[in-house]
Design a protein around this ligand. Sequence first.
Ligand SMILES: [Fe+2]
Length: 670
Amino acid sequence: MPATTRKVLDRRRLLAAGGAAAALLVAERLAGAWPAPAQRGGYPFTLGVASGDPAPGGVVLWTRLAPRPLLADGGMAARAVPVDWQVAADPSLGRIVRAGTVLARPAQAHSVHVEVDGLESARTYWYRFRAAGELSPVGRTRTLPAPGTSPQQLALAVVSCQHYEHGYYTAYQHLAQEDLDLVVHLGDYLYETAPSEGQPRRHTTPAPTDLAGYRLRHALYRTDPDLQAAHAALPFVVTWDDHEVENDYADDQSERFDPPAAFRRRRAAAYQAYWEHLPLRRRSRPRGPAARLYRRLRFGDLAELAMLDTRQYRDDQPCDDNGVARGQVVTGCAERLDPGRSLLGSGQRRWLLDGLDRSQARWNVLAQQLLMAELELQPGPGLAYGSDGWDGYAADRARILQFLQARRPSNPVVLGGDMHSFWVNDLHLDNHQPGATVLASEFVGTSISSSGPLYEKYRGYLADNPHVRFFESRWRGYLRCQVDHRRWRTDLRWSTRSSDQARRSGRWPASSSRTGDQAPRAPERRAAGLPSCPAGLRTYVRLSYRSWGLGKRTTRPTLGRSPRRYSGARNSSASTWSPSPGWPPISNRTCGLTGPRSGASCSSSANSAPRPTGGSGAATSPVVGSEPPTAERTSGVSPSVFSLVQGSAPPAQAAEEDCRPRCLGSALCS
Ligand SMILES: [Fe+2]
């Protein structure tokens, strides 16, 4: 554990220092307990706390001072405000290991981004802020393993698409209970749409086009207590998709063909507000309409994760000359095959492929916004493709797949979002060639809350897309990936419990209940005449897929049990860290897939299931199927995903709904 630095800096000197340096960590403060908060003015931490972009020795800590978050200035005067921060080795914050003071500046909406370093690798820490005599909620975070080490396992969640109006963030309420190293957010953190009628919740401001508008929209989303709980519980690594700026934009081309110069101004405002509200490092801070968001995280020799940006550098969508919109379903569009067009941009693609070529990691993860697999959208004869995704940039996708085939980086896995539905796909160069090599496995997570595409309509596409191994659009949730040197397991997790019910029974850290100008929630749903979910319905089902793969560049490891992470944290008696209640007691429910797209068939096996938050979760996952043949396991490419489905179902009153729940989405029932 690093020695605590004990310097004290006079606050007036800090304020006088000014400039960029003072906005960073400028001094280590005397560590130790802080006195009880003095009640002065509004509570400034209404938007919670967050951490992100973990490194082996550090992490970014974030908060924003906003006593009235739904006002343009957040309720803050136009002056800089000192914010103290502490990082501790224990949940009761008794053992402070790092501390300091930063300035929250009006030019950054009084947000702070503290880049803490000097921490131990692969370790859990707790943190909090203090400003205006008030204490923030306590957050928990975790650093990455050190370079050169061989961590035995990695656990991460993949989330995307959290339209505020479409539902509650029930998925985040579950996610906050997970035992993970980090959360990967693949975009559509907010939606720029105007307020609309008949939804469970409502945007409170018009469609944003300037900095003030985007700040207000971010603030609204961040008032949600489930989102706050997830940010407080786990470090996030974030990237954006389109809705953080505008639907289906491409570089400086707006969806509705605005003048590029005007759209660049809008993009600059949106990028600035995004950076202000998320735990990003200074190197990702926008300069006008540009921001470097693609980056790489390394988990020792176990995995490398390339976080991509598929919006900022792309050519505009193909075949949009009809002036309808940027993104369309196109037929007979030769432009989408044009090798001169790119989704990633040449610089980012070169960075990605160079990194893959150098990687010594067992698993090489491409975390990107979209569905990477081809998706043909014309049932039967004829071909149709969406132009906004990888299908609109088929040559760029082929370049990456050809690289995987030629250079064989160890075990490529693609993670995606955007589709508001679960997809598990084999990635081939030619999907219709029998026996084509699987070059990577793709897992696309469903949305946190955004409405999914029509299930029956999309099921109709599957016959023409034989590389799709699983599809489900009816439920909201996330992916949980648990990885060791031998196995990649992805759980498709969804919840059908309505968040407002959960909130009534939930406990939250005392300080986070003081959230100031909260948007109304449950009453809106009732006022909109939406039906209530059946009382007590808590459905939770999961599917697990297992991929096997051994890389060409790493030797087979000695497998062993790794210690459970976060030991002691969950059962701590410390009052400063009180996670909301655990999962409801559930019965085992085993669902099996007999083959691709066969649909889940379920059989009951009632007994008490372990909490799904417990470590590797292996106890709940009997393997269905068999290991791939030896030749596949040593081929150096990711093998085909093979079927394994395991469900955990709710108590008796909802036993019939676990595979076909009545309460779909995070708030809506059908
Ligand atoms: Fe979305």
